[in-house]
Design a protein around this ligand. Structure first.
Ligand code: SF4
Length: 479
């Protein structure tokens, strides 16, 4: 489980009334984390208190993920774990997010301890949900444990998610004060065959540049120095269906506008799409000093045949050319990517081609996931399934190849001097500080250990790399 709210209140809350003690569990990706933070802002604005333990809560909210099987399992396990607190004083269990969007009916049926279900675009109603009472249970209904059933959950799930927040939305941020996620758009219009996200998050809708600038200005005022821009497909920012081409904002324009916000040192790009990098965007990334030269671009595969099966809309040549263009035009660019192995139809030869591509491209960061069959996607209907054991072997082989590459690239950095954003005392040892250089994104990449000195979290310090490991670095301060 990732992310839990922090405040504590002693006064017990009256059901439905302001002043309830609310505990949140936030699962899944940074986009879901932003939704949790918006819900935290809503419930706090409605006069409720945030607590940091389920046994101190009147209401428990689980913001779920349903991207792939493993995420669905974690969400269900978490809901069941939190449901037990209803026998220990918690009065209400609310389930939100992608699992709620996808399986509201099943959740209501199978876990009657749930009182309220809000879809991925309905979470702005959280305060109202806390005030509402659940519908009465059918006569004689029983819980999963055979006990007398409680009233049926109230389900509020928009068929087509359409909500996107703006800078006025109250928000209580989770995690480091100096680093924040900013969701610039939600939803996705792409047809990737293996992906269920467009059905969970709806069609793409982008925020206006002025609105995002206003949010980032406020975040800077709140001590944020690093802004992580997120969307389902960041590179398609502004290209919402129905928006006239001449009226479309672009990611390049957004970066130039954010590059002028005082107090922000680092602007980072997550979730870009390989075929959507035009010259204007590459120039903006290369030319804006506050835009870190770090690009997260999930490539998924390299074989033409596989990219066609995945409906990625481009060939392997486009991918190879993109890697070459980014490296040629952006000094010191750090590339992060992810691949899917074991997608239906993947042959041993196609996997070998992928390994050869990874070996030749020398990515700084690369992850590999085994294909997960998602009902409702095109890939779920495709023949030529790959044996899960074979898929797992391919994932292991690719990750081992990448581990060696990551190690070599880190070893080549020893002796280099660079800026490190300090996170704080390391979780490894009180004698170490932990930070990240621009090539390390929060939560997904390794860290840089500072072996000497004490500096406040959120400081940008100059450091020299002294040691390297597969995924982490060690450095001394250059005071
Ligand atoms: S671009 Fe990303 S979120 Fe959109 S359909 Fe493709 S994989 Fe899914």
């Amino acid at each position: 489980m990732a992310g839990r709210s922090t405040a504590r209140s002693q006064r017990p809350g009256n059901p439905g009334q302001p002043g309830q003690r609310i505990y949140f569990v936030s699962l899944g990706c940074p986009k879901n984390q932003v939704d949790t933070e918006l819900m935290l802002g809503q419930v706090q604005a409605a006069g409720h208190a945030l607590v940091d333990a389920p046994d101190a809560a009147d209401v428990i909210v689980v913001n779920t993920c349903a991207f792939i099987d493993a995420a669905k399992e974690e969400s269900v396990d978490t809901i069941l774990e939190m449901a037990q607190h209803k026998e220990r004083g918690a009065q209400k269990l609310v389930v939100t997010g992608c699992l709620a969007q996808r399986y509201a009916g099943e959740l209501a049926q199978d876990i009657p301890e749930i009182d309220h279900i809000l879809g991925s675009s309905d979470f702005p109603s959280i305060a109202r949900a806390l005030a509402a009472s659940a519908a009465p249970a059918a006569p004689g209904a029983k819980t999963a444990r055979g006990k007398k059933a409680r009233p049926l959950p109230v389900i509020q799930v928009a068929e087509t998610p359409r909500y996107i927040y703006d800078h006025d939305a109250p928000r209580v941020r989770i995690g480091a004060r100096h680093s924040a996620y900013v969701k610039v758009a939600e939803g996705c219009d792409r047809p990737c065959a293996f992906c269920i996200i467009p059905r969970l998050r709806g069609p793409q809708r982008s925020r206006a540049i002025d609105d995002i600038v206003a949010e980032v200005r406020a975040l800077a005022g709140d001590g944020v120095v690093e802004v992580n821009l997120i969307a389902q497909d960041l590179t398609r920012y502004g290209w919402d269906a129905g928006t006239a081409p001449e009226a479309r904002a672009t990611l390049a324009q957004l970066l130039r506008a954010l590059g002028r916000v005082d107090g922000i040192s680092w602007i980072r790009l997550h979730y870009t799409f390989p075929s959507a990098f035009d010259d204007e965007l590459i120039d903006a990334i290369a030319g804006e000093p506050r835009v870190v030269k770090y690009i997260d671009v999930p490539l998924q595969h390299i074989s033409d045949a596989m990219l066609r099966r995945m409906r990625r809309g481009h060939s392997g040549r486009v991918t190879r050319e993109l890697v070459a263009r980014l490296r040629a035009r952006i000094d010191g660019v750090v590339l992060r990517t992810t691949f899917i192995v074991g997608h239906p139809g993947e042959t041993a030869a196609e996997f070998d081609e992928l390994c050869a591509f990874v070996a030749e491209s020398q990515f700084d960061r690369a992850g590999a996931f085994t294909y997960s069959t998602e009902p409702g996607t095109v890939s779920a209907l495709l023949p030529h399934r790959v044996d899960p054991d074979v898929a797992a072997e391919r994932q292991q082989a690719l990750m081992e190849l990448q581990r060696r590459i990551s190690r070599e690239r880190h070893e080549a950095m020893v002796g280099r001097e660079l800026d490190v954003l300090v996170e704080g005392t390391s979780s490894e040892s009180d004698y170490l500080m932990e930070g990240r250089w621009y090539g390390q994104a929060p939560g997904i990449d390794g860290v840089t250990y500072l072996t000497d000195g004490r500096v406040p979290p959120g400081s940008l310090v100059r450091a020299r790399i002294t040691q390297a490991s597969d995924y982490d670095l060690a450095a001394t301060l250059e005071l």
